[in-house]
Design a protein around this ligand. Structure first.
Ligand code: ZN
Length: 467
C-alpha cells in the first residue's frame, strides 16, 4: 500500500510516559488511513509543514507546553482549508480557532466520572479516560454528533466537514479499546465516506501432528465444513511437537507437522482456500513455567522477560534459531510460510524485530509499544518496520465458556457499528468440534458471522489489494 495522504501530527505535549500511546496513535493513522505522518512537537512547528498536508491532527492534553504554537498551527490550517482533527482534552483553550463553544463554568470531569459513552449507539466504557470540559449543547446542531455523554448531555465526539473533535484521550489499557477505534473512525471521516467492507480472518489454531494426526477425525470434519461454507482458513501450524513431561530438561521431538496427513492433504488439494501460518516452532521450551502443559498449544516458547533473563543478544539469537528451524520444517512438508504468529502473541520487542525481519506479515496485533505491552483493540492491519501486523482478534470458542460464540458475535456487531470496514481475527481450535455439547458451535459461529455482513477474507489478499 502506497500512502495516499499526508497528515501533520502535533502532539501538544510529549513525555517518555506517553511514548507508547503516541506510537499506537501514529501507527493507526499511518496504517488505517494509509497516510504519511509528519510528526512535530509544537515548539518546532513551522507553517511549511502544512504544505501538501491533507489534515492537521492535534493530540491534546491537559497540560500544554506551547499554547502559542498550537494556536498558530490551528489558524494556519484554517486559513489554508486544511481540515483539523482534535483528539483529547485542552481544546477549550482554542475554542475560537476550532469554532467550538464549551459549557460555561464547567470543569473537565475527573477521571472516572464519565462511565460510558455511546458511539453510533454502541455503549463503551470510558471510566478511565481523561475528558475535556463539556461542549455547549448548541454544538450538537452545528455538526454530526458521533458520541454523546448521556450524564452531561453533551457531545463528546463531533464531526463537521472541516473538523473532527474527540473530547477525550483514548488511551487506556483494556477498557479503552473501542473508544480508540471510535476516535480513528471520527478522524477518518474528514477524508470522506468509506465503503462498507466487514472482514473476518478465520484462523484454525494450534495445528500440530499430535492433536490432528491420522487418528483425530476433528480436523477433516472441521475443514470439510469450512470448505463447503467457503470460509478461507489460516492454519496456525506448530512445526514440531515435543514431549511435555514437566520435569523434562531437554525437548524430545515426538513428530513434526509432516505426520499430520489431513493437514498436508488439505494444503495441497486446496491451496486457494488456506494460508499457512507459522505458529512459533514448538510452542514450548523447557522452562519450569511450562510445567504441567499436557496439550500442544499450551506451553510458552517465548516469555516477556526473555531479554532480562537471557540477555538481549541471547534472546534474539534464540528467537532467530527457533523461527528459522520452524520455517524449514514447515517448508519441507507444506510450503514456505510467509505469515507468522507468536505463541500466545508473546515475544520481547527485540525478538519481535526478528519476526518482522523474517516475515512480511505477523497475524495478530502488535503486542508492544516502546517498552509497554499494548492493550489496544486494532481492527485493521498495522504497518511496523518492514512488516505488517494483522488485526486484533475477537476471541475464540473456549472449551469452558459455552457462551463464546455469542460473545464473539456481540463483539463483531459492536465493531461493525463503529467502523465501516473492520477486519478482525476469529480463531477456532478444531478439537472443540468433538467436545460434548459444543458440536454446533462452529456452524453457529460461521452463520452468525455471515449474518452480520462479514465476509471471510485471506489476510494476504487483503494486504495485496490496496484500499
Ligand atoms: Zn497457540
Amino acid at each position: 500500500m502506497t500512502p495516499s495522504r499526508t497528515i501533520l501530527l502535533l502532539p501538544a505535549r510529549t513525555s517518555e510516559k506517553d511514548a507508547g500511546s503516541l506510537q499506537a496513535f501514529r501507527e493507526a493513522l499511518e496504517s488505517y488511513l494509509v497516510s504519511n505522518v509528519r510528526m512535530v512537537a509544537p515548539p518546532h512547528y513551522d507553517p511549511v509543514l502544512l504544505e501538501g498536508a491533507d489534515a492537521l491532527v492535534v493530540l491534546g492534553n491537559g497540560a500544554f507546553g506551547d499554547v502559542a504554537a498550537v494556536s498558530r498551527a490551528l489558524s494556519d490550517a484554517d486559513d489554508r482549508g486544511v481540515p483539523i482533527a482534535w483528539v483529547g482534552p485542552g481544546a477549550d483553550r482554542f475554542a475560537d480557532e476550532l469554532g467550538l463553544r464549551f459549557r460555561a463554568g464547567l470543569q473537565a470531569p475527573q477521571r472516572g466520572e464519565v462511565e460510558e459513552i455511546a458511539y453510533n449507539g454502541v455503549a463503551m466504557a470510558t471510566d478511565t479516560l481523561a475528558f475535556a470540559p463539556p461542549l455547549a449543547a448548541e454544538m450538537a446542531r452545528q455538526g454530526e454528533v458521533r458520541a454523546w455523554d448521556p450524564a452531561l448531555e453533551s457531545p463528546v465526539i463531533l464531526n463537521r466537514e472541516d473538523l473532527a473533535y474527540v473530547g477525550f484521550l483514548p488511551f487506556v489499557d483494556n477498557y479503552g479499546t473501542l473508544p480508540f477505534v471510535a476516535t480513528i473512525d471520527s478522524v477518518a471521516r474528514l477524508f470522506g465516506a468509506r465503503a462498507v467492507d466487514r472482514r473476518v480472518l478465520f484462523r484454525l489454531e494450534d495445528i500440530s501432528a499430535t492433536a490432528y494426526g491420522p487418528d483425530a477425525p476433528e480436523f477433516a470434519d472441521v475443514t470439510d465444513f469450512l470448505l463447503q461454507r467457503e470460509v478461507f482458513m489460516h492454519l496456525g501450524i506448530i512445526a514440531e511437537d515435543v514431549d511435555h513431561d514437566p520435569d523434562l530438561r531437554e525437548e524430545r521431538v515426538l513428530r513434526d507437522i509432516g505426520a499430520a496427513r489431513n493437514v498436508v492433504t488439505l494444503a495441497f488439494s486446496h491451496p486457494d482456500a488456506v494460508e499457512i501460518v507459522q505458529h512459533g516452532f514448538r510452542h514450548f521450551r523447557p522452562d519450569e513455567r511450562n510445567a504441567g502443559c499436557g496439550i500442544p498449544g499450551c506451553g510458552w516458547e517465548f516469555f516477556e522477560d526473555d531479554e532480562e533473563t537471557l540477555g538481549v543478544e541471547a534472546a534474539v539469537a534464540f528467537a532467530r534459531e527457533r523461527l528459522t528451524a520452524g520455517r524449514e520444517v514447515i517448508a519441507q512438508h507444506l510450503s514456505v510460510p510467509m505469515v507468522y504468529e507468536a505463541p500466545h502473541y508473546t515475544m520481547t520487542p527485540a525478538q519481535a524485530a526478528v519476526a518482522e525481519e523474517m516475515f512480511p506479515l505477523i497475524l495478530h496485533e502488535p503486542w508492544s509499544y516502546g517498552s509497554e505491552r499494548g492493550a489496544f483493540f486494532l481492527p485493521w492491519f498495522t504497518r511496523r518496520a518492514s512488516a505488517w501486523y494483522g488485526p486484533s482478534d475477537v476471541g475464540y470458542v473456549a472449551y469452558d465458556e459455552p457462551l463464546s460464540v455469542d460473545y464473539i458475535l456481540f463483539r463483531l456487531d459492536a465493531i461493525a457499528r463503529i467502523l465501516p470496514d473492520p477486519v478482525v481475527i476469529v480463531f477456532f481450535h478444531p478439537f472443540i468440534r468433538g467436545a460434548e455439547g459444543r458440536e454446533d458451535d462452529l456452524e453457529r459461529l460461521v452463520t452468525g458471522i455471515e449474518r452480520l455482513g462479514y465476509r471471510f477474507a485471506s489476510a494476504c489478499d487483503e494486504l495485496a489489494s490496496a484500499r
